[in-house]
Design a protein around this ligand. Structure first.
Ligand code: FMN
Length: 333
């Protein structure tokens, strides 16, 4: 496709359409987009914030940051330079970014590859195959995160992996006996066959995932219903590469940066057939997050706990339709 084949208004529409496919906590999709002329406003939708697990909106802004990176990537894929202002107005905290669709550029192979992964990438929720993730790919992922201002650290020491496993299990157990957490989770778990465009679909996780070794507790979206897709028996008990995404501070700006870094890492990984599983339960309990910060993250702020590995096939994905998230303020589109 020649870059000049796409008009600015088509580029804007396709970029917003793609941005919907970013990952978000419980698939809340806590974002909306407004287009005026050549500018796209990316806004956090605090009605979709998780009141119990995410009172400060940290995960909401990480999700918004992931969506912003996706938007930027697709603007570039369509042959325009995205000019981004992050959190441009202190009086409008919900305004995460303004992206101006600038001059024409020729997208390089790399950005086109990232763009091609936006709809392919899926969250994995089980063990991985035993196929190894090459060390040089991990190094490249570390570089990708660094380019967005976050640090991705593969956790190598078996004891450190055990600590992460234990904290995840403990956090999951604590949340499972706390009615406020369980009610919130239930609200974002979509039943099989649901027409909903948000929440975690029953096809997005296996019904009986084998425990990884060490175990990394999965969110219990299926609950007592036994929902979930038939478990792919080709998956092993391998947890894959355990990794932490951290930032030097813990401001709203750093949360957006963490989200941009996350999506950059995920799209790059996806291009190499590598998927990610997330386990953020321990980060939702402040004493555990603080413990992780001081003991495993050298004082940096943990924003994401994840595992990376190779799968054969990941579950289903779902999103709200474009008109539900896009507001057009002029006749340009
Ligand atoms: C900040 C954040 C936290 C997340 N935490 C978890 C988690 O603890 N467990 C999990 O299974 N998925 C987690 N996810 C993944 C989302 O559930 C997933 O992105 C969403 O359901 C959309 O599905 P998709 O990534 O397959 O498109 C998280 C995603 C984000 C952005």
């Amino acid at each position: 496709m020649r870059s000049d084949a796409v008009t600015r208004s088509d580029a804007i529409r396709e970029a917003v359409d793609a941005a919907r496919w970013a990952p978000s906590v419980h698939n809340t999709q806590p974002w909306s987009f407004a287009v005026a002329g050549e500018e796209i406003s990316v806004r956090a939708d605090s009605d979709r914030r998780l009141r119990v697990s995410d009172p400060a909106g940290r995960q909401m802004l990480i999700s918004g940051g992931a969506s912003l990176f996706t938007l930027r990537t697709m603007v570039r894929c369509k042959g325009y330079e995205p000019e981004v202002l992050v959190l441009p107005d202190p009086d409008r905290p919900a305004l995460l970014a303004i992206v101006r669709v600038g001059g024409r550029v020729t997208p390089d192979e790399y950005v086109l590859r990232l763009g091609g992964e936006i709809r392919v990438r899926r969250t994995h929720r089980a063990g991985f195959t035993t196929l190894p993730v090459p060390g040089r790919t991990i190094e490249a992922l570390v570089q990708q995160a660094g380019a967005e201002g976050a640090l991705l650290t593969p956790v190598e020491h078996p004891r450190a992996i055990e600590v992460l496993s234990a904290l995840t299990t403990a956090a999951q157990a604590l949340q499972s006996v706390d009615r406020r957490f369980t009610l919130e989770l239930v609200r974002w778990a979509a039943p099989p066959g649901s027409p909903r465009g948000d929440g975690v679909p029953a096809g997005g996780y296996p019904d009986t995932p084998p425990r990884t070794e060490p175990a990394f507790a999965q969110r219990d979206y299926g609950g007592a219903h036994g929902w979930g897709a038939p478990t792919d028996q080709r998956m092993s008990t391998s947890p894959g590469v355990v990794a932490l995404l951290t930032t030097s501070g813990d401001s709203r700006r750093e949360w957006v940066a963490a989200g941009q870094a996350l999506q950059r890492v995920l799209l790059h990984a996806s291009g190499y057939g590598i998927s990610a599983a997330f386990h953020t339960q321990a980060l939702e309990l402040p004493p555990m997050r603080e413990l992780l910060r001081t003991e495993l993250c050298a004082g940096r702020f943990p924003q994401m706990i994840m595992r990376l590995g190779i799968t054969f096939d990941d579950g289903a994905g779902t999103r709200r339709a474009l008109p539900e998230v896009l507001e057009v303020r002029d006749q340009g589109l």
